[in-house]
Design a protein around this ligand. Structure first.
Ligand SMILES: Nc1ncnc2c1ncn2[C@@H]1O[C@H](COP(=O)(O)OP(=O)(O)O)[C@@H](O)[C@H]1O
Ligand SMILES: [Mg+2]
Length: 238
């Protein structure tokens, strides 16, 4: 459903992505891994349209995204959760979700609050809590739910576990798994530095090294190959 072919992109003429090719299949969870500064966020930003690709092609459900501005890409069904969580301190959990809800992509219905509360029970319990009363983990779960309100077919998550405690990380993992086993699930492209977390929920994995794809394969194979993990992601990865 999402296919990048030889994508080059960068900032002010400084190249960051060098011929990145990757694909995300319908309903799958794909992990995009790599050390800090390797180009993971730039890849995601190029998909949503915040960074313009210099060359190569990005196709989503058969549509070439290159000429489309950010809002048109979102309307095609791309949901995006950036690294910075952007929760409004004075709005409650339900207000965040109601404000974000609009007609889904491709004429799909938006997710009703009840469905969000089913997948994310924590949000039902904290429905009346304000943004500034939420823990980091609760904020992360809220922004993931917020991105789902428009019923995207592809969900881009940029380091959802960064800075969170192991218990919350596990909870977020369970939620993503629950989400991807629900009927008609969105595909997930998950950027992570937490290798163990990513491999526990992904089907397929890519590793970026200096803006190039240095590994692509099954999450299982990568999980079993600690030498490869160490050489491409570094010590402490596993
Ligand atoms: N807004 C920007 N302007 C200039 N250079 C940037 C910008 N954002 C990122 N970079 C550079 O691009 C490279 C890749 O960054 P990034 O995609 O954020 O990596 P990652 O998400 O893998 O940590 C880094 O060298 C970083 O310094
Ligand atoms: Mg990043």
């Amino acid at each position: 459903m999402l296919e990048l072919t030889d994508v080059c992109a960068g900032y002010d003429g400084v190249p960051v992505l060098r011929k990145v090719s990757l694909r995300v299949d319908e309903g799958s969870v794909t992990a995009l891994l790599g050390r800090n500064g390797m180009g993971k966020t730039t890849t995601i930003r190029t998909i949503v349209g915040l960074v313009k690709a210099d060359s190569g092609s990005i196709r989503f459900g058969g549509t070439e995204l290159d000429p489309l501005p950010i809002h048109r890409r979102a309307r095609l069904g791309i949901g995006y959760v950036p690294e910075t969580r952007q929760v409004f301190p004075s709005l409650t959990v339900s207000e965040h979700l109601r404000i974000a809800a609009r007609k889904g992509s491709d004429g799909k219905d938006a997710w009703p609050l009840e469905r969000l509360f089913d997948v994310f029970p924590m949000l039902a319990r904290r429905a009346k809590a304000r943004g500034n009363q939420l823990s980091g983990g609760e904020q992360q779960i809220l922004v993931i739910a917020r991105a789902l309100t428009t019923n995207p077919t592809l969900l881009l998550l940029d380091e959802p576990t960064e800075g969170l405690s192991p218990l919350i990380v596990e909870e977020i993992g369970e939620m993503i798994t629950r989400l991807s086993h629900a009927p008609d699930p969105p595909a997930v492209l998950l950027v992570e530095q937490n290798l163990r977390f990513a491999l526990s929920i992904a089907d397929t994995a890519y590793i970026l090294v200096k803006g190039e794809v240095a590994f692509q394969g099954s999450a299982c194979d990568l999980g079993a190959d600690t030498d490869l993990q160490h050489s491409l992601i570094g010590l402490g990865a596993a």
